[in-house]
Design a protein around this ligand. Sequence first.
Ligand SMILES: Nc1ncnc2c1ncn2[C@@H]1O[C@H](COP(=O)(O)OP(=O)(O)OP(=O)(O)O)[C@@H](O)[C@H]1O
Length: 312
Amino acid sequence: FEPITVGIAIGAASALTGYLSYKDLYCRFAECCRSERPLNASALKQDLEEKLFGQHLATEVILKALTGFKNNKNPKKPLTLSLHGWAGTGKNFVSQIVAENLHPKGLKSNFVHLFVSTLHFPHEQHIKLYQDQLQKWIRGNVSACAGSVFIFDEMDKLHPGVIDAIKPFLDYYEQIDGVSYRKAIFIFLSNAGGDLITKTALDFWRAGRKREDIQLKDLEAVLSVGVFNNKHSGLWHSGLIDRNLIDYFIPFLPLEYRHVKMCVRAEMRARGSAIYEDVVTRVAEEMTFFPKDEKIYSDKGCKTVQSRLDFY
Ligand SMILES: Nc1ncnc2c1ncn2[C@@H]1O[C@H](COP(=O)(O)OP(=O)(O)OP(=O)(O)O)[C@@H](O)[C@H]1O
């Protein structure tokens, strides 16, 4: 070897290791976008199985969708998940778990963005402005971090025009104006279809079948009628469905008395308290259940558990 070549090689190597350690050091103190970092699938699985109660379908589909997407070095489009179900069944909660498994700071991460329809896009007359702002926001953030996560809550209260603005980003384009959106993740949350999911769960219950026996295929047809044709839900007018831009529809089942109790226990644990079963029962019994006769499902899911626990 010529001395010059060796010198260049050593220089390059030390520059590279210097750069790497600088970057590592930097990332210890500041948040870094690590879109290429592999997903720890077993950590996600454990989180979902331990923390999310009564949602065997959501657990299964989310795990499958995320591991598949993150293992693919070359996705052809961003991942789009549409979560459906009754209030308080865990849609926001799951989004938070997913966000934390992708970016350790979760919802506080600079690479995770939550939009709430009634908060961020309240006025119908300003749709044009919202469209512009949203496009700029998404473009800017995906340019800064390819693996950005965007969560849209209350999709059923969103004017479909707003989502129209981001349709091109969800499509199969390699790049748009020099930016590739293919590693980004979009999560839509909605109550649309919740009544039909509940009806299916109730049919199973009335037939004496186990909740865990409900399969995705039992709900797909139901969701397609109830959600795809529902004129009052933000997505459906927008053509996202016709163009097959939603990768997974994820149903959230209504929660039963036993699940509410699990939520109370989880909340007690989170507060560092011992588990008092009499309090667990009292909080769960304060919730209201439907349908009128059978009283199986909590009408607010686990939503008011935390505030109710404050009384004890
Ligand atoms: N399936 C569940 N497993 C564990 N905890 C749950 C579950 N569902 C709800 N919770 C608890 O209840 C709280 C409220 O639920 P969450 O905000 O996720 O409901 P949601 O489905 O997003 O409701 P909405 O449609 O009204 O926005 C969560 O922060 C969590 O503590």
